[in-house]
Write a protein that binds this ligand. Structure first.
Ligand code: 5GP
Length: 177
């Protein structure tokens, strides 16, 4: 059996999202921005983030191959569903829920650069630096977290818990119930 333990509260998340939006806004200074969410984990974060930003933005989503340990360990990240919006000459902001090994972020940075984006930056709500296997730069980070499995605020475990307003660590119960 598993249990949920509060890791980051709703108010901490909301304060952090506002701070990230201000940083992003200050960096882009009214320039148009294409915000690309990585499905599915980032959709809640992205929708809060864009509502704090006062910039001319477009939004699109991208889907990569499902989380697969064997694929990750080989370093292979596959594109499942690309963006429909042209990225040529645009400032692209990739929005991730969590950067873990960094393979997804590294792949997406290269992908959008190859597609002709003018600039590519990465914004992730969560960062697990101890798990990193690449030297990819994450430009905007909400919270650094230890090596624990988190759910809520868009992040799932077997498609559950995405609707929770805070973030929780998923832990094995020790009382046998
Ligand atoms: P990376 O390519 O950085 O290893 O993978 C990032 C992806 O792994 C995230 O977008 C997410 O789908 C998944 N992931 C990594 N750590 C966690 C976690 O603690 N909780 C959840 N729900 N997904 C995670």
């Amino acid at each position: 059996m598993t249990t949920l333990k509060l890791a980051i509260s709703e108010s901490q998340i909301q304060e952090c999202v506002g701070r990230l939006a201000q940083l992003i806004q200050a960096d882009y200074q009214d320039q148009p921005l294409l915000v690309v969410g990585v499905l599915h984990g980032s959709f809640v974060f992205l929708s809060d983030l864009i509502r704090h930003m006062h910039l001319p933005i477009q939004v699109d989503f991208i889907r990569l191959s499902s989380y697969d340990e064997s694929a990750k360990s080989s370093g292979a990240v596959r594109l499942h569903h690309g963006v429909r919006t042209s990225v040529v000459g645009k400032n692209v902001l990739v929005v991730e829920d969590i950067v873990d090994t960094g393979l997804t972020a590294q792949f997406l940075r290269g992908y959008f650069e190859d597609q002709g984006a003018a600039t590519v930056r990465i914004c992730s709500l969560l960062d697990k630096p101890v798990r990193r296997r690449t030297s990819v730069t994450v430009d905007y980070v909400g919270f650094e977290v230890p090596d624990q499995f988190l759910v809520g605020y868009g992040l799932d475990y077997n498609q559950q818990y995405r609707e929770l307003r805070a973030l929780y660590s998923l832990e094995a119960r020790t009382d046998g119930s």
